[in-house]
Design a binder for this molecule. Structure first.
Ligand code: SF4
Length: 148
């Protein structure tokens, strides 16, 4: 039996040129949102962008990922830390979960410290609703600095 966890990652299109360095590193190290898989094998079965606001590719990316066996879809940390954060996070999560009956995790790699500093100044994450959304990627100061 295949015990690997198969995951797909969707990134915010603002970061479309990103080579995925932080996501792949944290997946390998089981850091940030990938700490869910500590002690388990993980296979990346899809990686794409939302295709720009308002995220037209969310509707299609899920199909391909599911065909490749995805059990979890991560909306990358860029959704949370962008200026501003993606305004559609809730809608995308809800849509993907309801359509595919799979788990959608908010975030991938740990939040870099520089983004926490800037969003603290901006007051972006003051609403308590953000707390569960950031829970997997907030990590600790040492880890955040390592992702700057
Ligand atoms: S803000 Fe949201 S919809 Fe817009 S490009 Fe980023 S992830 Fe896509």
């Amino acid at each position: 039996m295949d015990t690997k966890i198969k995951i797909g990652i969707i990134i915010c299109d603002r970061y479309r040129k990103c080579a995925g360095g932080k996501c792949l590193r944290s997946m390998r190290n089981r850091e940030g949102a990938f700490s869910h898989y500590t002690g388990q094998e993980v296979e990346l079965v899809g990686y794409t962008t939302c295709d720009g606001c308002p995220g037209g590719n969310i509707e299609y990316a899920g199909d391909e990922m599911i065909k490749n066996g995805a059990q979890v879809i991560h909306l990358a940390t860029g959704f949370l830390v962008g200026y501003p954060p993606c305004p559609y996070i809730d809608t995308f999560k809800d849509f993907l979960e309801k359509r595919y009956k799979i788990r959608v995790v908010l975030g991938t790699h740990p939040i870099p410290q520089k983004y926490l500093d800037m969003h603290t100044q901006l007051g972006t994450w003051e609403d308590p609703a953000w707390k569960p959304w950031l829970a997997d990627t907030m990590t600790n100061a040492e880890t955040r600095k390592a992702y700057d």
